[in-house]
Design a protein around this ligand. Sequence first.
Ligand code: PBG
Length: 324
Amino acid sequence: MIHRPRILRASASIRKMVQETILQPQHLIAPLFIVEGENVEEDIPSLPGYYRRSLDKTLEEVFQLYELGIRSVLLFIKCPDSKKDNEGTEALREDGLMQTAIRAIRKQMPGMLIMTDVALDPYSSYGHDGIVKEQEIINDETIAILAKMAVSHAAAGAHFVAPSDMMDGRIAAIRHSLETAGYQNTGIMGYSAKYASCFYGPFRDALDSAPGFGDKKTYQMDPANRLEAVKEVLLDVNEGADIVMVKPALSYLDIIREVKNATHIPVSAYHVSGEYAMIKAAAQKGWLNEDQAIMETTVSIKRAGADLIATYFAKDIVRLINNA
Ligand code: PBG
């Protein structure tokens, strides 16, 4: 025999030496759900082990993430129903919860990169990512609001704004508004290839943001499409995105690879709430080994081509990297 591939698998040391894909804490993005109040840490039933926290508790969590070597957080706000409307007015307030949270994290942990969700749905009385008129999601009026939202996050100190809405032309609108307002150094991470997925269910529970009518298929992508993902990504690159994202991750590993090959900028993938919940549920039943499932799935996302991974398992992953 000339070729014995098992030589390179013979011991843990050899396997480690030839390992192709390596996960590191600084490649993880930790999503955080922030609620009003103080000393709040609420369970999210469909996201076991994950919480909605008030700002004081969020700051403690951000500190822990930093200690672990995680260098970026992605902020989401849960807005009370009483403050929701069709235009997402609450999202634009200078003293809104998002803006306050950005300033507080920036001040207390200057080394932590702050990424912010730019979208209407958590603030929308209809639970949609755009302004609604006669049951339709209106594109161009929506992107004007998203651009304002992005500028208000940049003004508060966000390092990256992350539009997750899938309206047409929003990256260009945001880039233009950031430039005009004097925030030339604020980055844009576009949710570029975002699919209309059932795997967002637990997230919508967490933020109480499920669409009040219909679904999101007129703006989020059809899971059956691959070429369209490349089109969306290239448009966002041309419009000025610094990082492009594919979302969800596991059912879209082929898309991640396609996007990685088609671009020359960092690619991120969002290992979304439902993907987290599936592993948690199977582990709770004793059907899967949770730690092994976490590492295998996360490595597969990196191997597919994701430079960055937004994941609810960020802390577990660092623990597992450190124990390996
Ligand atoms: C909404 C948004 C969603 C997620 C991130 N931003 C849900 C949706 O589009 O309905 C999902 C994240 C997750 O499931 O973890 N703008």
